[in-house]
Design a protein around this ligand. Structure first.
Ligand code: UDP
Length: 247
């Protein structure tokens, strides 16, 4: 595995395929090693560059995968190409399957009550016997110790946290300080996608790298958030030019 870190605007991405990432993560789960996984897109990178305390949180992560074709494109512009996109959603589904296979326990945290209930139901139907030790919706204050204690009590092997950024990374960092073990991964809106509340793009859109366009048409409210993309690409171009000058 060529696990060299690739620097995109000061965020260090793991240059791995999805399969490689899965193997590495499961090896750590088997050894009960605490693991903080971030799946980062251009929005997260830009946010981190504007918020030092969030950048500091990202530095605590063991792995940061390239979630979104924008990151893969940026890595090419920087002349340090990342092998492939590792979408948080797909990685989450792979980890569910591994947890089922190896009898590892999972906890689901995040999204609206009806979404997290539907997620739990769907997992138990698709992967019968999976050790789902708990779930909880994501509408609580970060200072709320009850949610934290509830998850800690079940001591899960994996926790999937879909609170959106930066809330999910803040929660994860605090959780891992208190927990004995656990792979903990921020999954954004993945529970909504899993239960069909938000439709994932058809395969042809994903293959053509147009998933972002599909999501935009389906959820026009994302337009405001997507305005960050051109700004991101310009910043990457500028950084790449500066780097070449420094060499
Ligand atoms: N969410 C939550 N608690 C909050 C705010 C948001 O659980 O206080 C959930 C929200 O219901 C959604 C997810 O966090 O399921 C954020 O989804 P979004 O599409 O913004 O994330 P992305 O996939 O783009 O990172």
């Amino acid at each position: 595995m060529t696990n060299k870190k690739v620097d995109i605007l000061h965020v260090l991405f793991d240059n791995v395929t999805q399969k490689e990432m899965l193997v590495v993560l499961m090896n750590r789960v088997k050894k009960n090693k605490k693991t903080f996984v971030v799946t980062a897109n251009p929005e997260i990178v830009m946010y981190a560059n504007e918020h030092q305390e969030y950048m500091h949180l990202l530095k605590q992560a063991n792995f940061i995968t390239a979630d979104g074709i924008g990151i893969v494109k940026a890595s090419k512009i920087m002349s340090t190409p990342i092998v492939e996109r590792v979408a948080g959603y797909d990685l989450m589904l792979d980890l569910f399957k591994e947890a089922h296979l190896l009898e590892k326990s999972i906890y689901l945290l995040g999204a609206k009550q009806e979404v997290i209930e539907a997620t739990a139901k769907k997992i138990e139907t698709e992967l019968p016997g999976i050790q789902l030790v708990g779930y909880e919706n994501g509408y609580f204050e970060l200072s709320d110790e009850i949610v934290m204690r509830n998850v800690l009590k079940t001591n899960p092997d994996m926790v999937f946290v879909g609170l959106g950024f930066p809330k999910q990374e803040k929660w994860i960092e605090h959780y891992l300080q208190l927990a004995d073990k656990g792979l903990v991964m921020g999954v954004g809106g993945a529970f909504d996608a899993y239960t069909g509340k938000v439709k994932r793009a058809p395969d042809c859109f994903i293959k053509m790298n147009l998933e972002w366009f599909y999501r935009l048409v389906k959820q026009p409210s994302r337009l405001m958030r997507m305005r960050v993309l051109p700004k991101f690409l310009i910043s990457v171009y500028v950084e790449s030019k500066n780097q070449k000058k420094r060499r």
